[in-house]
Write a new protein. Structure first.
Ligand code: PLP
Length: 401
């Protein structure tokens, strides 16, 4: 059967509008399409492929586990799930782990746990969840409602209630909204989809203080920022603010679907047997891959390397901007970076992404005005250099059009 991009429009639900390119294989930070055209990957499957494509250690982990046992369900536990949970809890503030299959599901579990914790400890009045405008936490109805973008949550009927939003980095607005009825505050320790917005130190610390003052849980959504993406294993470690619940997904599986919610024993105990669950969550195949990813990522070699690569990419963007004057700033941290388009190029982020692909570079957008980059955390220096050459060609193509 001949597989073409046209087939997508025929057989797929039209909720995505994918590129005309269909990649068929990848190795490290390079990908090849059906016509054997090669692309450099600065997109990383949206901050997922933290070790690039087909990393030998991950291929070995999949193969080894695939010939042992794939799936059991949670009627029985399994060795990879327990080993990974031990590693995750040893490396973080958390004592216990709940596994899911995606970021959205991990956040769904975190929100349900927070509500149950508040109900058990304080009664049903304490149900308010506060999150931030432009935040993104997934597409389940609870998480998309907690995410602060109505364009994503409107149009599906009545929404889950007692959810409020304030502007990110606006501590005063948060303070005004919080009370002893607040059950939890959910935030990304750097807004990804919402435009690569970093929290100020004062804001991050202030949110923690307000949660303590009102006996509310602080939930950090580290689905995009975690697993080394910002240069520390989890972003909270560098911020100096410890959440009560943390969610992880994306890079945790390096491309294999897995999510996790991490928390303390005292909070976790409210998810008693039967309160929540997932058929696949904690499946041995996914956890074996997660373990292999973590063994590589949580090392000073990789984490320090993120900072070096960030500097190389930032310098490249600055040199391109000095020639073409298209960006107003470079936002983000580590290997989650966004080139913000200046006034002249407002609304054209997608054009830059498409032009990049035409010139052999996979990039992303964050909204209409930011070209976003989330390459592998181990992308070689030479691939960064070549990627920057291709990005410059894309920028020149748009500027000179
Ligand atoms: N949370 C954050 C911060 C994200 O960036 C995303 C995805 O982009 C999600 C949650 C949702 O994750 P998933 O698509 O795996 O459900």
């Amino acid at each position: 059967m001949q597989v073409t991009r046209e087939l997508f429009d025929e057989v797929m639900v039209p909720n995505y509008a994918p590129s005309s390119i269909i990649p068929v294989r990848g190795e490290g930070s390079r990908v090849w399409d059906q016509n054997d055209n090669e692309l450099i990957d600065f997109a990383g499957g949206i901050a997922v492929n933290c070790l690039g494509h087909c990393h030998p250690a991950l291929v070995a982990a999949v193969n080894e586990q695939a010939s042992k046992i794939w799936h059991l369900s949670n009627v029985m536990t399994n060795e990879p799930a327990l080993r990974l949970a031990k590693k995750l809890t040893d490396a973080t503030f958390a004592d216990q782990v709940y596994y899911a299959n995606s970021g959205g599901e991990s956040n769904e579990a975190a929100l349900k746990l927070a509500r149950r914790w508040a109900l058990d400890n304080y009664g049903k009045e304490k149900d308010q969840i506060i999150a931030f405008k432009q935040g993104f936490h997934g597409r389940t109805f609870f998480t998309v409602t907690v995410g602060g973008q109505e364009a994503y949550s409107d149009g599906f009927g009545p929404k889950p209630g007692a959810i409020d939003h304030v502007a990110y980095n606006d501590l005063e607005a948060l303070k005004a909204l919080m009370s002893d009825k607040t059950c939890a505050v959910m935030m990304e320790p750097l807004q990804g989809e919402g435009g690569l917005v970093s929290p100020t130190d004062e804001f991050a610390k202030g949110v923690r203080e307000l949660c303590d003052e009102h006996n509310a849980l602080l939930i950090f959504d580290e689905v995009q920022t975690g697993f080394g993406r910002l240069g520390s294993f989890f972003a909270y470690m560098d911020l100096g603010v410890t959440p009560d619940i943390l969610t992880s997904a994306k890079a945790l599986g390096g491309g294999f679907p897995i999510g996790a919610m991490l928390t303390t024993k005292d909070i976790a105990k409210h998810l008693k047997p039967g309160t929540h669950g997932s058929t696949y969550g904690g499946n041995p195949l996914a956890c074996a891959v997660g373990e292999a990813v973590m063994d590589i990522i949580n090392t000073s070699d990789v984490l320090d390397g993120v900072k070096v690569k960030e500097a190389q990419i930032r310098a490249g963007f600055e040199a391109i901007n000095a020639k073409y004057n298209v960006f107003s700033e470079i936002r983000g941290k580590g290997l989650l970076l966004g080139a913000v388009l200046n006034d002249e190029y407002q609304g054209r982020a997608r054009d830059f992404m498409v032009a990049s692909a035409e010139n052999g570079l996979m990039a992303l957008v964050a909204g209409a005005n930011i070209v976003r980059f989330a390459p592998s955390l181990v992308i070689p220096e030479a691939d960064i250099a070549e990627g920057l050459v291709r990005f410059e060609k894309a920028v020149a193509q748009i500027v000179n059009a």
